[in-house]
Design a binder for this molecule. Structure first.
Ligand code: SAH
Ligand code: SF4
Length: 344
């Protein structure tokens, strides 16, 4: 098994059989190797990002998501530019040097409005990274936002398999366009993140092997991977949650495949299990993204049921998060935490 991990670290692709074999490697060993790979590139540092969930309006209808347009029970809100800047101000004081603006695909935030917000954050916080996560847009829109000062973009590919993509999304959303967006973002110069849910309805191990192959080819700077969690007002209300151990194993495999990845221990992982983020870090993750949104909207950005937004998930609670990371052998740092390019 050691040779399989060595080969993975050496940059070799996995066959389906090898991937399945890796899924049965004794966990402590797999995680130990993943942590060592991370530590060689980034040390035992954990980078924190302040997540600002600035709109819960969405024109899309992804079957898995609580913000989908067909969910008439969803509570919709939009933050004003001033509210967003207020989040950045308090975040900066708490030690955040990356702000992540995430939201549904909301036409209100057209290029003019979004670029204005981005350029104002850039002007006020020249030492901070600005990450956007606002779904699919055109090349020119991405370019404009980049020129306004955004540095990074998170757009999970959701699944690399077209048939599976069709199971998770209505026909108007295409996997080709999703992938085109990711390539556009990379070409423009964003530190780009893709990613997928573990245990989304219809997902097979073969699909995950395809996801890993897609990631290998795309060479993203970041990969967001967390368990699927059902939302009661979606077509997937009765589906079961993604598996904790499988999620952790995939995190470790990603770390070994690409030691320089920025790999979050996601909110979904922390929702699935109280110690989820610590376990993610123990499996090789090196990013956490606490919630910086105004208190009164946190409960309204419900991608899935019971999404955590308080306790150590709240940006105000950095001290608690620091303790948790320390328990996982890592140091939570005040840093932009940029992607490090390595040759391999
Ligand atoms: N609208 C943007 C960003 C917000 S959604 C976009 O779709 O890219 C951010 C991510 O949340 C999605 O990419 C999806 O992978 C994740 N997500 C949505 N619903 C989820 C669920 N039920 N369980 C786990 N993750 C979910
Ligand atoms: Fe909208 Fe993103 Fe949810 Fe899809 S996953 S419905 S695009 S917020």
């Amino acid at each position: 098994m050691k040779t399989l991990i060595d080969r993975l670290e050496g940059g070799e692709s996995l066959s389906r059989g090898e991937f399945k074999a890796l899924l049965s490697v004794e966990e402590p060993y797999l995680y130990e190797r993943a942590r060592a790979a991370r530590d060689r590139v980034y040390g035992n540092k954990i980078f924190m990002r302040g997540l600002i969930e600035f709109t819960s309006h969405c024109k899309n209808d992804c079957y898995y998501c609580g913000l989908r347009r067909s969910n008439k029970a969803a509570q919709r809100y939009r933050l004003t530019k001033e509210q967003i800047l207020g989040c950045c101000e308090s975040g900066y004081g708490l030690g955040f040097r990356t702000f992540v603006l995430q939201g549904g695909e909301d036409a209100y935030f057209d290029d003019d409005r979004l670029a204005e917000i981005v350029s104002e954050i850039r002007r006020r916080y020249p030492d901070c990274a600005i990450t956007l996560s606002v779904g699919e847009r055109g090349y020119d829109s991405y370019l404009r936002l980049y020129e306004a000062g955004a540095n990074r973009y998170l757009l999970r590919h959701e699944t690399a398999n077209s048939d599976h993509y069709g199971l998770l999304h209505p026909p108007e959303l295409s996997p080709e366009n999703r992938k085109k967006c990711l390539r556009d973002l990379k070409e423009i110069g964003y530190q780009t993140g893709c990613g997928f849910m573990i245990g989304s309805p219809g997902q097979t191990l073969e699909h995950i092997v395809e996801d890993l192959a897609f990631i290998k080819e795309l060479k993203p700077a970041m990969v967001g991977v967390g368990p699927f969690l059902p939302h009661s007002c979606t077509p997937f209300a009765r589906e079961k949650s993604g598996d904790l151990q499988l999620t952790l194993r995939i995190l470790a495999i990603l770390r070994l495949m690409r030691p320089n990845l920025l790999l979050p221990a996601t909110t979904a992982l922390g929702t699935l299990c109280d110690k989820g983020r610590e376990m993610g870090v123990m499996a090789g993750a090196n990013v956490v993204m606490p919630n910086l949104s105004p208190m009164d909207v946190r409960k309204k950005y419900m991608l899935y049921d019971n999404k955590i937004a308080t306790g150590s998930e709240a940006a105000e609670n950095v001290a608690d998060l620091k303790k948790r990371m320390l328990a996982a052998g890592c140091e939570l740092v005040i840093s932009r935490g940029d992607y490090i390019e390595i040759q391999r």
